[in-house]
Design a binder for this molecule. Sequence first.
Ligand code: SF4
Length: 477
Amino acid sequence: MVKENCGVVGIFSNEDVNVIPMVIDSLRALQHRGQEAWGIAIPNKAPLKKIGLVSASSNEFKKITEEYSSHSAIGHVRYSTVGKSQLENAQPLKVKDLCIAHNGTIANVEELSNLVGGCTFTPQNASDTLVAAQRLVSLISENGKLGSALSILKNEMVGSYCFTFLSDDDAVYAARDPKGFRPMVLGHKESQSLHIVASESSALSAIGAKLVRDVSPGELIKISSDGLETEMFSEEKQRAHCSFEFTYFAQPSSKMEGTNIYLARKRIGQFLAKKYPLKDADLVIPVPDSARPAALGYAQELGIQFDEGLLKDRYSKKGPLRSFIEPHQSDRVEINRWIIPIPEVIEGKHVVVIDDSLVRGTSSKAIIKALRRSGAKKISMMITYPPIKYPCYAGIDFPSQEELATFTDSKEYSEQEIIEKVRNDIGADFLAYNDAENLANAVGIPIDSMCFTCSTGNYEPLGITPAFKTRKEMKGD
Ligand code: SF4
């Protein structure tokens, strides 16, 4: 069984344009959202699925573009949060005449699977997307329309979901969950009379399309030869935009909820500097790559030198990938080997290292070791995201509590004691985390419209009281 965060795209052209090259380019622009597998679907054909990065199949692009030629298509890049990382779990999936690509996690998949024939759901035999798709298809056959089916499914299904759908009559659909956990945008390219829906605006830029707007939480968009139609399948007003997208997950060039991610991260660094002004530091360095704007903001705010003390080896097999979203621990360790310190920059200095998050602590530990080896006098680590203490059931892969760096064997520890434990574990001289209010202010979204569940343990935005599971139970590996 699989649940994904992932990236989704859907493109429809009203001219006879083959959109497949554009779907491929947009998936490449969403590659940071999932690196395990990718796929595309066109009407009246079984979806194409491939393991690995989109670019790994570049020698097949010409053949794929010809074989799957279509003026409407959806696509998907996958990163599993629940279930095994294997080809059959790649997307899009096809159930009857509906193809589906999903970004998010269905938290009550066992319960939902009882509504689709009572099959016993396990991480090994199904995907949450498949269960949701089966239920949706049966609701469509009972209720006639996708919008009516979604308005029923939203009450049965708990979780985060941005879907793109494709029907055999070649219409492309996009739906975003009522609280807007995961991002989704709508774009337009006038020259080819096409509309695009995608997880992030980076996918729009990749094909020269303009950002029209965010898809509203609870909205269903249909793009077909009749043009663009929209309806609300939920009128819920409470939002829970994932705060982690703004610090780590999203591409810096993307715009979400009206906010450019790069500028938001730079402001997060500035706000962090106001909260923890380490004025005796000699140097501020980012952990590459997503913490770079925050480190720049921190350094500029305090007038401290900013430099690159750590580089990723872009020519290594794993160097350009992101350690946290890799599914296997051995892969994560391998990635950290390709972070290269520059001793000439670091030696003899009090270094402030800015990172976007501290999840398992694997990267932080390796980085601090490397900085010590390079002669740093003092290492202060600042994390732009609050302490992650609880599993996410809304699409990000830190599924079991015991994997988190903040995990303790008792509930007696204070917040400060937990931070001290993490500091000691990773080997830093000083460790500080951002807080939710500071982060929300820097992003410019009201704190009560953002999700911070992985930090607070308040699962109200999802409407669940989870029984925490082990990684094996969640992912089947
Ligand atoms: S729990 Fe954390 S990672 Fe998951 S959606 Fe909420 S803020 Fe994002």
